[in-house]
Design a protein around this ligand. Structure first.
Ligand SMILES: O=P(O)(O)OC[C@H]1O[C@H](O)[C@H](O)[C@@H](O)[C@@H]1O
Length: 558
C-alpha cells in the first residue's frame, strides 16, 4: 500500500508543491478557498486552513480510491468480519438503524436484535422514571451511577455532559442525577457516591466483557455498600433482594451478570460486533441516558448518528462525504505531512468530555504499528489526540500550538448557544465572545505575524523574535447550528467514521486493541505480591521483578 503509485504521487505533490507554500499564500486564493468547504444538512466543514490545494486533494482522493476506501466502507456496513484478528464484524452503525432495515450476519438480522433491546430499555427506563420500578425501600430511583471504564464510560459521559443544558433534555432530567464511577482509585468511589442516598440510587454495571478488573472491583464495592446499608435494618432478608432493586447491567456477557447476582430481567445485552469504544449507542449508553433524559431524547440522539451513517455510506463523491473528508485530511496531516498530534478544540463547554471520548476511540483504534497483513507500517499512523474546550485551552496549551510544535487543530463550534445570555450592557453576547475566538484562532495559527508586521507595530528589536508567529499551522473547522440530542449523535458518528476511514487508509485494523493487554497481565503479578504480603502476612518474593521496580515496590510495602 505504502509503495502504491497513488501514495507516492500524493507524497510527491505534497513535498514538491505544498510543503513550501505558506498557508498565508494558500488562503489568499479565493477560488481555492471556495472549493475547500463541504456541507451536509446543518453541518459545515471548512478545511481551507489545511495545507492542501486542489491538486493535493485530487492526489489524496486518488490514493483513497486506490486503497479501495469505498469497498472497505461497504464491507463494514455489510457486516464482513473486518476486525480480522478477532474475526468480528464492526457494526456499531446497526445500533442506530431504522426498525425496518436489515443487516444479516451468520444468518441473523442484527437490526432485529438491536430493536429488541431498545424496546426493553424504553419500557424499563420509563418504569424507573415513573416510579414503577423502585428501590428496595420503595423510594423513587432518582439517581443513576454508571460503573464502567474506557468505552463503557467515556461515551456515555460525553453525551451526558453534552446534553445537560439542552433545554429539552434538561427539563426531562429535572430532579434526577447521573454519575460515573470509572477509576478503581477509592477516591472515585467517594466522589461518585457523595451525597447520594443509596435507597434512591440505581447502579448500572456497564461492561462489555464483565471481566474488567477495575469495573468488577467497583461493582463488588458498590454491591457490598448496598447490602451493608440495608442489612442493619433487614437482617433476615436475602442479599439478592437488595441487589435486585438497585443493580442492573449492560453487557455482552450475560452468564457473568447472572453469576454476579443480577436479575435476568435487569440485564440489557449487546453483542461482540460492537467494539467497546464504539458502544455508546448500545445499552452501554442508551440505558443510563434513557433513564436520565428519557428514551425519546436518546432516540433523537441515535437518529442524529444514523443521519451521518447514511450520509457516510451513500455519498459517493469523497470530497462531499464529511467523515471521509475528515479521515482523508487526518491521514494527510499524520502520514503525509508527518504531524504527530491532533488537537480537538470544541468551542462549547458542554463538549468538555468530547476530547476524552474521541481520544480513546481514536488512539485505541489507530494507535498501531502493524498493517492488517501483519507487516510493520512504513509511515506514521494514529495521531496523539488531546483537547479541551475553547476558550479555556487558549490560556493553557495554545502557546505551544502557536509558537512551538505544529499540531493540526480541529475547531468545533455552534451558531446558537444552548444557554444564551444577552445583556444590553454588554457589547457582544457571551456566545458571540466565545465564537469570536473560534473564528480568530484558525487565522492566527495559519497566518501568523512576521517580522515586518512586528517592526511596523514598533515592537522593540530585542522582543521581535519572541513575538514572532511563523504561522503556517493547519486546522479545520466544523460549524453546527446548535448542540442538541440530534446534532450530538451526528458529531459522534462523524468522528467514529472518520477514525475508521483513517484506519482504512493507514491499512491497520482499527477495531482490535491488543496494546492494552500487557499492562493488565503485569498488574496481576503485582497484585499477587500485595496479596502475599498484606493478606497472607508473608514476605513477598520480588525476584520476578527487575531491581528498579522491586525497589519501588518495597517502598510501597513499607
Ligand atoms: O466494557 P469492558 O469489557 O469492561 O471494557 C472496558 C474497556 O477496557 C479495555 O481494556 C479496553 O481497552 C477498552 O476498549 C474497553 O472499553
Amino acid at each position: 500500500m505504502e509503495s502504491s503509485s497513488a501514495r507516492e504521487n500524493l507524497q510527491k505533490v505534497h513535498d514538491e508543491a505544498i510543503a513550501s507554500t505558506h498557508l498565508k499564500t494558500l488562503l489568499s486564493d479565493d477560488e481555492r478557498n471556495s472549493k475547500l468547504v463541504a456541507e451536509h444538512g446543518d453541518i459545515t466543514l471548512d478545511y481551507t486552513h489545511t495545507k492542501i490545494d486542489s491538486q493535493t486533494l485530487e492526489a489524496l482522493v486518488d490514493f483513497a480510491n486506490e486503497s479501495g476506501l469505498k469497498a472497505k466502507i461497504d464491507s463494514m456496513f455489510k457486516g464482513d468480519k473486518i476486525n480480522s484478528t478477532e474475526k468480528r464484524s464492526v457494526l456499531h452503525a446497526a445500533l442506530r438503524m431504522a426498525r425496518d432495515q436489515t443487516v444479516e450476519v451468520d444468518g441473523k438480522n442484527l437490526v432485529e436484535l438491536v430493536w429488541e433491546v431498545r424496546d426493553q430499555i424504553q419500557a424499563f427506563s420509563q418504569k424507573i422514571r415513573e416510579g414503577d420500578f423502585k428501590g428496595y425501600s420503595g423510594k423513587l430511583l432518582k439517581n443513576v451511577v454508571v460503573i464502567g471504564i474506557g468505552g463503557s464510560y467515556l461515551g456515555p459521559e460525553f453525551v451526558y455532559e453534552a446534553l445537560r443544558y439542552d433545554s429539552t433534555c434538561n427539563q426531562a432530567a429535572e430532579g434526577r442525577n447521573l454519575r460515573f464511577l470509572a477509576n478503581v482509585d477509592p477516591t472515585d468511589f467517594s466522589r461518585s457516591m457523595e451525597g447520594l442516598d443509596i435507597e434512591e440510587t440505581v447502579f448500572i454495571i456497564n461492561s462489555k466483557t464483565f471481566t474488567t478488573a477495575e469495573t468488577m472491583l467497583n461493582a463488588r464495592t458498590v454491591s457490598a455498600s448496598i447490602v451493608d446499608h440495608y442489612r442493619a435494618s433487614h437482617p433476615d432478608v436475602e442479599k439478592s433482594e437488595f441487589i435486585k432493586h438497585h443493580v442492573i447491567a449492560g453487557s455482552t456477557n450475560i452468564s457473568a451478570t447472572k453469576e454476579f447476582g443480577i436479575a435476568e430481567e435487569n440485564v440489557f445485552g449487546f453483542w461482540d460486533w460492537v467494539g467497546g469504544r464504539y458502544s455508546v449507542c448500545s445499552a452501554i449508553g442508551v440505558l443510563p441516558l434513557s433513564i436520565h433524559y428519557g428514551y425519546e431524547n436518546v432516540s433523537n440522539f441515535l437518529d442524529g448518528a444514523k443521519s451521518i451513517d447514511d450520509h457516510f455510506r451513500d455519498t459517493e463523491d469523497l470530497t462531499q462525504n464529511l467523515p471521509v473528508l475528515l479521515g482523508m485530511l487526518g491521514y494527510y496531516n499524520t502520514s503525509v505531512c508527518n504531524h504527530a498530534a491532533r488537537a480537538l478544540l470544541p468551542y462549547s463547554q458542554a463538549l468538555l468530555r468530547f476530547p476524552a471520548h474521541i481520544q480513546q476511540v481514536d488512539m485505541e483504534s489507530n494507535g498501531k504499528s502493524v498493517t492488517k497483513e501483519g507487516e510493520r507500517v512504513t509511515s506514521p499512523c494514529g495521531p496523539i489526540v488531546f483537547g479541551e474546550p475553547g476558550t479555556n485551552g487558549q490560556h493553557s496549551f495554545y502557546q505551544l500550538m502557536h509558537q512551538g510544535r505544529i499540531i493540526p487543530a480541529e475547531f468545533i463550534g455552534f451558531i446558537e448557544s444552548q444557554t444564551p445570555i444577552d445583556r444590553d450592557d454588554e457589547v457582544v453576547s457571551n456566545h458571540d465572545e466565545l465564537m469570536s475566538n473560534f473564528f480568530a484562532q484558525p487565522d492566527a495559527l495559519a497566518l501568523g505575524k512576521d517580522l515586518d508586521q512586528l517592526k511596523d507595530e514598533g515592537v522593540p528589536e530585542e522582543l521581535q523574535q519572541h513575538k514572532l508567529f511563523e504561522g503556517d499551522r493547519p486546522s479545520l473547522s466544523i460549524l453546527f447550528k446548535k448542540l442538541d440530542a440530534f446534532s450530538c449523535g451526528q458529531l459522534l458518528s462523524l468522528y467514529e467514521h472518520r477514525i475508521a476511514v483513517e484506519g482504512f487508509l493507514y491499512n491497520v485494523n482499527s477495531f482490535d486493541q491488543w496494546g492494552v493487554e500487557l499492562g493488565k497481565v503485569l498488574a496481576k503479578d503485582v497484585r499477587k505480591v500485595f496479596h502475599t504480603q498484606k493478606k497472607e502476612k508473608k514476605e513477598a518474593d520480588l525476584s520476578k521483578f527487575n531491581s528498579a521496580t522491586a525497589s519501588l515496590l518495597k517502598k510501597y510495602l513499607g
